[in-house]
Design a protein around this ligand. Structure first.
Ligand code: FRU
Length: 325
């Protein structure tokens, strides 16, 4: 990079095509708009480990200054992400992790804590006794592994709540629906069901409804604002509860800028979480709508500034031409 102020940030996303990750990208772009000199390269691996490895290899050829990565599955992505780190290109891992822990910074919620929180909430909801069925995410993803471990920790120390059926899915609504259909008899026997994200919770809910069951308590994770996402489905009663899982897009870019500008930054940036249920979903929705409005306001102002700058620059050019003639 010839120019000191001009950096290239690459973002390797494991899968781009879902509401949660679209929100993450929106947040990143918004934060990046404060740094017009930054070049941002975005790659979406479509949930394919090999594709993500290839995309990161290709990014290395492009002389990037920093890599933000959300690894699809931990084990397969570890060697390539480690090799970026070993080349002294700063690496920020977000949401999902690799297996080595070689990174400059992590940005995301603590999935072990989220699993624990869900477990404690479930124990409380069941009055200390019962059976919980789970729908897990894609097998090798750190988020799924850690959420399960956290849940089991909470159940272990609670005594009378047992893990019942475990349905292996892949984070996607449709797959969860199909899997739930196949395990419907066992799922019907559970006192409560925890899907490891809201999308899978919706799939399970659909399968249960088709089996004539619409009262089973289903819990998800993410609690994303926006129509048809977790928050609004809690208000409507489709979901019993969800654990808030912030996307961290803003924090990832802030951390990236701190690293590039050689300012102090934290290695582990753990985003907070909270249980959302009927008691606070409405409030959360009002709050997030308000924030959304304010964001749109900021976006408009930002556009105005860009416009004004262009006008100013054109006037300068005209002025210079006039002076020269
Ligand atoms: C989105 C998602 C979220 C989940 C996270 C886990 O792709 O499946 O719903 O919380 O990834 O990494």
């Amino acid at each position: 990079n010839g120019n000191n102020t001009q950096f290239t940030i690459a973002f390797s996303q494991c899968i781009g095509d879902d509401a949660w990750r679209e929100t993450m990208l929106d947040e990143m772009k918004r934060e990046l708009s404060f740094y017009p000199d930054i070049e941002f390269i975005y790659r979406d691996a479509g949930g394919d480990n090999q594709m993500q490895i290839q995309q990161i290899k290709a990014l290395l050829e492009q002389d990037i200054d920093l890599l933000i990565v959300s690894p699809n599955e931990a084990e397969p992505l570890t060697p390539i992400v480690d090799s970026v780190f070993r080349r002294n290109i700063p690496v920020i891992v977000t949401d999902r992790k690799t297996s080595s822990g070689l990174y400059n910074a992590y940005v995301g919620a603590d999935n072990l804590a989220i699993g624990k929180l869900a477990g404690q909430f479930i124990v409380h909801a069941l009055g200390g006794e019962g059976q919980v069925g789970i729908i897990t995410g894609l097998k090798g993803t750190s988020a799924s592994i850690e959420r399960k471990r956290g849940l089991l920790n909470a159940l272990d120390s609670a005594g009378m709540v047992r893990l019942g059926v475990e349905v292996q899915s892949d984070w996607e609504r449709h797959n969860a629906y199909t899997q739930a259909k196949q395990h419907i008899e066992q799922l019907l026997e559970q006192d409560i069901i925890l899907a490891f994200n809201d999308q899978m919770a919706f799939g399970v809910s659909q399968a249960l409804q088709e089996a004539g069951e619409n009262k089973k308590r289903i819990i998800g994770i993410d609690a994303l604002p926006g129509e048809g996402n977790g928050l609004s489905e809690i208000v409507k009663g489709t979901l019993f509860a969800s654990m808030l899982y912030p996307t961290g897009g803003t924090e990832a870019i802030r951390t990236a800028m701190a690293i590039l500008q050689r300012k102090p930054y934290k290695r582990d940036n753990i985003l907070g979480t909270v249980v959302i249920n009927q008691d606070n979903a409405e409030l959360m929705m009002l709050q997030s709508n308000k924030i959304q409005e304010q964001q749109e306001d900021i976006d408009k102002r930002q556009e105005l500034i860009v416009e004004q700058n262009t006008i100013y620059r054109n006037q300068q050019t005209t002025l210079n031409v006039l002076i020269a003639s």
